[in-house]
Write a protein that binds this ligand. Structure first.
Ligand code: GLC
Length: 559
């Protein structure tokens, strides 16, 4: 039986909260390369982001996270940083960066940068130095260099596999031209791992943080935040195949080592210093991939990271029980320790929800994936904690699955030779307007083609159409965000489940917001009589159709 609550009592009135802004913030992830191109070279840039700020303000997010824009040979689209204190000319320069921060702050949007501390680019001056310096030098000790195994050292120092395929070690040629030592890289060979037990590494990153904080940024998204330290002996892994990304697992000898928490304590102290200066909280959000919510909670202790992406909801199948178990674990083990849960359904590394939830290949045409993605969005926005929205999610963009092999740029494709897990399909430049590529992504008709080709059906998702159509994804996100802002008690506080049939989840939040999701295909009675405040699809009074979520306000005192 679906327990029924009293009828709605209208829209909530805004209240205020003293909690720090980041505890329930909704941040929009800008994949700079694919957001908006101001120079007609087919690649998005910082001036393009600035031009898009009014659009983001209208959507109603609290801030933006910018994917890496630093000088980089782009072997992994900027996650191979050659200089941590500058802007790659393809994206702009420091003056343009300062303009972007200023313009964002003027309209009340926070700005988070992506910082990449686990590895740098093989073109970073530190790594170039290692090649000239030779074995046993101070320069090499900032990385993980080791002699090879076997009589002639031609076998890697251990059996670790790289996340993007192949061995996690590459052999260098020494300055005298002979085959030499090997260096460790958990990702591509162009991303050598830094040795965080070397004092200078930690000191350098503290200075990098200060460089950007002094320029006014509001915080950092930390790449591979459970990485950094490796087992000091670099022993063989018991199950190297399981360590590869394709097995959805990470090598416990190379990740989640206890020393990493000391780094986050140091970074938190730096942020607190800036917060003490002007009262504005600076934020650290980590990309933390660890096996359990309990281990995850260790990263968000009061003196460590403020937030860490909780990826379990993103990887949960479209199933009420799976969602409920995942949400319960997060609320119990993360929010229960006084921290905040940071929800995420999409990002630049994952298949977009519209496609992921579509079921069997080919079912997408039915609109099922889109209906479920809309329902999942309303659920996410009703959960206690913070949330991140990936660009294009608010347009209901599906994954582009049929990019030809010869345009794929993801190193996962070149390293594994397989399209499985390839991430280009969620990174195709955004459609803004019009009926043909570049869909307003670049302005000039004679400009270069977008760096990844946009399919013709992107026209249906362009922002101009989305804004004009009140039934669009965009309006659903906007209304959800507006309502969330007017109900601060939604961000923090308890979550109570209502009794429901197995294919339905219904929860009560704050002073009486009920959010229910029907994961099944058949309609069920709604948990609250009357019209919902907001619904992800058509929702007649008293009914919650399949693949639909809705919010109602109810007066709990009379329940
Ligand atoms: C993170 C990023 C991903 C990148 C990898 C290596 O997982 O999200 O895009 O390829 O780190 O830096």
């Amino acid at each position: 039986m679906l327990s029924t609550l009293p009828a709605g009592t209208g829209r909530p009135s805004p209240t205020t909260t003293a909690a720090p802004w980041w505890r329930d913030a909704v941040i929009y992830q800008v994949y700079v390369r694919s957001f908006l191109d101001s120079t007609d070279d087919g690649i998005g840039d910082l001036a393009g982001v600035r031009a898009g700020l009014p659009y983001l303000k209208k959507l109603g997010v609290d801030g933006i996270w910018l994917s890496p824009f630093y000088p980089s040979p782009q072997h992994d689209h900027g996650y191979d940083v050659a200089d941590y204190r500058a802007v790659d000319p393809v994206y702009g320069d420091l003056t343009e960066f300062d303009r972007l921060v200023c313009a964002s702050h003027r309209i009340g949007l926070k700005v988070l940068l992506d910082i990449v501390p686990n590895h740098c680019s093989s073109e970073h001056p530190w790594f170039r130095e290692t090649l000239a310096a030779g074995p046993g030098t101070e320069a090499r000790s900032r990385f993980h260099f080791a002699p090879g195994r076997g009589a002639d050292g031609s076998e890697p120092p251990n059996n670790w596999r790289a996340m993007f395929g192949g061995p996690a070690w590459t052999r260098v040629t020494e300055p005298d031209g002979t085959p030499g030592e090997w260096y460790l890289h958990l990702f591509t060979p162009e991303q050598p791992d830094l040795n965080w037990r070397h004092q200078e590494v930690g000191d350098e990153f503290e200075q990098v943080l200060r460089f950007w904080l002094d320029r006014g940024v509001d915080g950092f998204r930390i790449d591979v935040a459970a990485g950094l330290f490796k087992h000091p002996e670099l022993p063989d892994s018991e199950d190297p195949e399981a360590d590869e990304r394709s097995r959805d697992s990470v090598n416990p000898l190379a990740w989640n080592q206890p020393e990493v928490h000391g780094v986050w304590r140091r970074w938190r102290a730096v942020c607190e210093e800036y917060t003490a200066g002007d009262g504005e909280h600076r934020l650290l959000v980590g990309e933390v991939s660890v096996p359990t919510a309990r281990e995850h909670a260790l990263y968000v202790r009061p003196d460590e990271l403020h937030q860490a992406f909780f990826f379990d909801l993103l990887s949960a199948p479209w199933d009420a029980a799976a969602f409920r178990t995942t949400i319960d674990a997060a609320v119990r083990d993360i929010a229960g320790t006084g921290s905040t849960v940071t929800w995420v359904l999409n990002n630049h590394d994952q298949v977009r929800t519209v496609t992921r939830y579509a079921g069997e290949p080919g079912v997408e045409g039915s609109g099922l994936g889109a209906a479920r993605a809309r329902a999942a969005a309303l659920l996410m926005l009703a959960l206690p904690g913070a949330a991140y929205v990936y660009q294009g999610e608010e347009l209901g963009l599906p994954e582009v699955l049929d990019l030809p092999d010869d345009v794929l740029t993801d190193p996962i494709f070149s390293r594994t030779g397989s399209r499985k897990h390839v991430r280009d399909g969620c990174r195709v430049p955004l459609p803004w307007s019009g009926h043909a590529s570049p869909f307003g992504f670049s302005q000039g008709a004679a400009g270069a083609q977008p760096w990844l080709p946009q399919p013709s059906w992107f026209a249906d998702h362009a922002t101009d159409r989305a804004l004009a159509d009140t039934s669009s994804f965009w309006h659903l996100y906007r209304e959800g965000l507006q309502l969330r802002r007017s109900m601060p008690q939604l961000g923090e506080g308890p979550l109570h489940w209502l009794e429901t049939p197995p294919q339905v989840l219904a929860m009560v939040r704050g002073d009486g917001l009920v959010c229910a999701v029907n994961f099944g295909s058949d309609p069920v009675p709604a948990p609250v009589p009357g019209a919902p405040l907001l619904a992800s699809g058509p929702c007649p009074d008293g009914v919650l159709p399949g693949a639909t979520a809705a919010w109602w306000i109810t007066d709990l005192k009379t329940a």
